[in-house]
Design a protein around this ligand. Structure first.
Ligand SMILES: NC(=O)c1ccc[n+]([C@@H]2O[C@H](COP(=O)([O-])OP(=O)(O)OC[C@H]3O[C@@H](n4cnc5c(N)ncnc54)[C@H](O)[C@@H]3O)[C@@H](O)[C@H]2O)c1
Length: 268
């Protein structure tokens, strides 16, 4: 039985908790959650119809084989550091946090701790990894989001962008993946996932378009190299609980949990 703890009971955390309880009861035990907001815990308990334990971060890690971070980029260092100390594996949803603190992956790797990063709301990481065996000349991500999916981001506030005044669509950001995750820490985890799998956060280019025309989070990736060119496009339905989060990102976390069960790498 794989023992899993979840940090953050928002859109992703509560979805994962519900899915584990419904679909993987025999393979996964949800040991508990860590959440700052008591209302989120109460809502989760109501939907699961069980009094799921609430722990401090360190207690949660102690009780788990794998800790899933679904709380925010700022929490990632505490989760990885705690997991390394207690020799547990982690799944990181706020992948931007790994980009902003590169020491974390190196530290985990040096201690033999697995850091799982689900593929999120993009398509084509398998091909990117294959292309990386040869030579890649460029990786470009163009993300088009509905206005609600970008509202409140630090970059929007800092540059006084009146997002509600955009009539059709506008390119609001162009830069490296590293710059993108700092500017949009809650909105562009795909840039982090892409750069971790590919050519790194400084060489991966990101363009963000705010659009009144679209209802989906659209991620188009272009990879060029000696092998030729790959283009992939994922048109994502936003989560009903959080418009910044795509439904496919949640499913990718479930798929990664399934992979852990199948390979019996942990906790069996
Ligand atoms: N990897 C991906 O593809 C992907 C996709 C979407 C979102 N994300 C990221 O995953 C994270 C969760 O997304 P979400 O849509 O569930 O967000 P959300 O805002 O719905 O939920 C986050 C929850 O974490 C809780 N929280 C915040 N700080 C905490 C702390 N220190 N300890 C415990 N709980 C804490 C909040 O109270 C909230 O309930 C975000 O950082 C988001 O950027 C990743």
């Amino acid at each position: 039985m794989l023992k899993v703890g979840i940090v953050g009971c928002g859109a992703i955390g509560s979805y994962l908790a519900g899915t584990v309880a419904r679909r993987y009861r025999k393979q996964i035990r949800l040991t508990g959650v860590c959440e700052l907001n008591a209302e989120k815990v109460a809502a989760l308990r109501r939907s699961l119809k069980t009094k799921i334990p609430v722990y401090s971060l360190i207690e949660l890690i102690k009780h788990s084989d794998v800790v899933i971070e679904a709380a925010g980029a700022g929490v990632v260092p505490k989760v990885v550091d705690g997991a390394v100390t207690l020799r547990k594996d982690v799944m990181i949803m706020s992948a931007g946090g790994l980009l902003m603190h590169p020491r974390l992956l190196a530290k985990a790797q040096s201690r033999g701790i697995r850091v799982y990063v689900p593929s999120g709301a993009i398509a084509g990481l398998d091909a990117l990894k294959a292309a990386k065996v040869g030579t890649i000349s460029s990786v470009t991500l163009t993300t088009t989001k509905p206005l609600a999916g970008l509202a409140g981001a630090p970059f929007i506030i800092k540059h006084n962008i009146d997002i509600a005044a955009i009539k059709k669509e506008r390119v609001i950001f162009e830069g490296s993946a590293l710059e993108a995750v700092a500017a949009f820490p809650q909105n562009i985890n795909v840039a982090a996932i892409l750069s971790l799998a590919g050519i790194g956060p400084k060489r991966t280019r990101v363009c963000i378009v705010a659009s009144r025309r679209v209802k989906r989070n659209i991620h188009t990736i272009e990879i060029k190299g000696d092998f030729g060119t790959i283009r992939s496009c994922a048109e994502n339905v936003p989560s009903e609980l959080n418009p910044k989060t795509s439904a496919l990102a949640m499913l990718s976390a479930v798929a990664m949990l399934e992979g852990m069960i199948d390979s019996k790498r942990i906790g069996t």
